[in-house]
Design a protein around this ligand. Structure first.
Ligand SMILES: C[S@@+](CC[C@H](N)C(=O)[O-])C[C@H]1O[C@@H](n2cnc3c(N)ncnc32)[C@H](O)[C@@H]1O
Length: 396
């Protein structure tokens, strides 16, 4: 249940913030100087797979004009609510589990969380690459990619990302700038997605690949006025499917008051999940004490009715990160020992490996502080009272 992996103070804070280094307003404004609709009267669909509070995508919409529909996804609950109030269609959850097709967005704003995670074989991988793998295909050929990424991603962390970008963008059409705010060493890569013949492998644009693979101290600044030859965002259609197979309390709270058809959507999500996962049968009779666990594991999701009412019940497991110092962990451990529970915890010395974005509250200097990140899976059961305006009645 408990594992601990501290990668150092910078990374710990990065994880807790879930990579929230939103695009600064000046960078967004200057990127807008590079964008214009291709056809003023046709609808454009623009997409941010990690929309944060929705600030950046809303600015792009306001710049492109009324024929622009915004799609976003955000994992953090509060930021989702904020995004939901700004953008046209927003989902709450992990965008790596988005159910949607390819080739529908006329523009993708790609500023995912930055950092390293480990796969099930304990091998590190970059988050930026994970998000790229899931969402690069959403842009239509000829559509515009705006990527805001740390420069060291390409020349130090993941050289293959440079190769991906050099095969993805139409040769000779791209531009690379330094972001207006230099705190996080971000660069802005902008260009058109290539049109490519079916079943062919795109040749890399060596010029772009070389540029990204070499640390550049003299990249141009983003323009501070509208350019004469901007990138033209093409007309694009809304995706036929855009959904997440999960229901969260934030989704219910936001969507239900606006959309009474939401109940049907919830049913579809549950049905879809039931189709995906085979229902299991118990080897022994299920006792009453098993029920909370079964619910939390999603094994008993669905509509439940008894004399007291009609409820939608949903179990979920949330991953929660706590960053402790050695001292605070020791205190917790003692409290746990008292309660005769001994979670298995590994302690690593926090090392400042450098290179990750630092929030202003975090020290930039190499740290000798021991930090311990505890990753805990918490089970929650939610129940909505269907006959009573979908009130959320229980969270355990
Ligand atoms: C670097 S911020 C970018 C925000 C916004 N796109 C912008 O440009 O200002 C990344 C955002 O991704 C969110 N995020 C992290 N992991 C996510 C996931 N698995 N699915 C969706 N959003 C995620 C974070 O909560 C954070 O708000």
């Amino acid at each position: 249940m408990f594992t601990s992996l501290s990668s150092g103070v910078r990374q710990d804070h990065n994880k807790i913030a879930r990579g929230y280094y939103r695009t600064d307003d000046e960078t967004t404004e200057r990127i807008c100087h590079l964008l214009r609709p291709k056809n003023q009267d046709e609808n454009m669909v623009i997409f941010d797979p990690c929309s944060g509070e929705g600030i950046a995508l809303l600015s792009v919409k306001e710049h492109l004009g009324e024929h622009c529909t915004t799609y976003g996804i955000e994992l953090d609950g509060e930021r989702y609510v904020s995004s939901y109030n700004k953008l046209d269609k927003v989902l709450h959850g992990d965008s790596n589990y988005l159910v949607a097709g390819a080739a529908w967005a006329g523009l993708m704003w790609f500023n995912p969380p930055y950092g390293t995670a480990k796969n099930s074989n304990d091998k590190p991988f970059r988050l930026e690459r994970q998000f790229w793998g899931h969402h690069a295909s959403r842009v239509i050929p000829g559509g515009v990619l705006v990527a805001i990424l740390p420069d060291f991603l390409f020349y130090r962390e993941d050289a293959q990302m440079a190769d991906f970008f050099s095969r993805y963008l139409e040769p000779g059409t791209w531009s690379v700038y330094r972001a207006a705010e230099d705190q996080f060493k971000q660069i802005v890569i902008i260009g058109y997605r290539r049109h490519k013949a079916e079943n062919t492998v795109s040749e890399p644009d060596v010029k772009l690949r070389d540029l990204l693979l070499n640390q550049q101290d003299d990249l141009p600044e983003l323009p501070n006025t509208a350019v004469d030859h901007p990138y033209l965002v093409p007309a694009s259609k809304e995706p036929e499917i855009f959904r997440m197979n999960s229901v969260t309390k934030e989704t219910v709270a936001m969507v239900l008051p606006k959309d009474k058809g939401f109940m049907r959507e919830v049913e579809m999500v549950l049905q879809a999940e039931h189709c995906n996962h085979q229902r299991f049968s118990s080897v022994a009779p299920v006792r009453e004490g098993h029920i909370p666990v079964l619910m939390a594991a999603g094994g008993l999701d669905g509509f439940v009715q008894d004399d007291s009412g009609h409820y939608l019940v949903r179990g979920t497991v949330r991953t929660v990160l706590h960053v402790d110092t050695k001292e605070s962990l020791e205190a917790k451990k003692q409290a746990k020992e008292k309660a005769r529970q001994k979670p298995e915890i590994r302690v690593d010395m926090g090392k400042n490996l450098g290179g990750y974005p630092v929030q202003s509250t975090v020290s930039d200097k190499p740290s000798q502080i021991t930090t311990i990140t505890t990753r805990k899976h918490e089970t929650h059961i939610m129940a909505w009272d269907i006959s009573n305006d979908f009130d959320l009645i229980t969270i355990e």
